[in-house]
Design a protein around this ligand. Structure first.
Ligand code: AMP
Length: 194
């Protein structure tokens, strides 16, 4: 069982790479973004509470996302867990470490997908255009205003995790701008070494 975190700004390709790992490595993706969107769609109390915050591109409270992760961490899974979009703050990182310890699990790697901001904006705008062209729903936060907030939240609150995990000896940084297959191969290489 290999447990990893995919770290990187919005649009870096975390979701895409997580999906590959689910398909190819028998891993389980834990995306707090997906869980929150599901809560929003089904209209639970929590979903209603977070809807406006998410649409604006801000982070929801640590308490909510830590609770969501805790619920899903029960039981070991064959290939291990991929944390996608979690943790996003230092308190979330500390909480994850405590949760894993409590469950007797370890964190094996933190994989940072490095990309530049111009490319990110293009990717997200294209993602919205493609979804619209295919008649699929467009994420409410895939617009330029929310994107700016999402990037700012990333730099202010999430990017300190890069140093945090470097200091813990967990960090592996890769070029997220390479092709999807190349990024996938780099991730596989890291997994093989854990
Ligand atoms: P994502 O799908 O990972 O881009 O997440 C979409 C939105 O969900 C974010 O912009 C936040 O509003 C919220 N969100 C997802 N994960 C977290 C997290 N770990 N901490 C706080 N907010 C989160």
């Amino acid at each position: 069982m290999t447990n990893i975190i995919l770290l990187g700004p919005p649009g870096a390709g975390k979701g895409t790479q997580a999906q590959r790992l689910v398909d190819e490595q028998n891993m389980v993706q834990l995306s707090t973004g997906d869980m929150l969107r599901a809560a929003k769609t089904s209209g639970t109390d929590m979903g209603k509470k977070v809807a406006a915050i998410m649409d604006a591109g801000e982070l929801v409270t640590d308490e909510i996302v830590i609770g969501l992760i805790e619920e899903k961490l029960d039981g070991e899974v064959a290939g291990g867990f991929i944390f996608d979009g979690f943790p996003r703050t230092l308190p979330q990182a500390d909480a994850l470490s405590a949760l894993l310890k409590k469950k007797g699990m370890s964190l094996d790697a933190v994989i940072e997908l490095q990309v530049n901001d111009g490319e990110l904006v293009m990717r997200i705008v294209n993602r919205a255009k493609e979804a619209a062209a295919e008649g699929k729903p467009v994420r409410a936060d895939d617009n330029e205003d929310s994107l700016k907030v999402r990037l700012m939240e990333y730099y202010k609150k999430t990017s300190p995790l890069i140093g945090y995990y470097y200091a813990k000896g967990h960090l592996a940084s890769i070029n997220g701008l390479a092709s999807m297959d190349e990024v996938g191969a780099s991730i596989k290489g890291i997994l093989d070494r854990t």
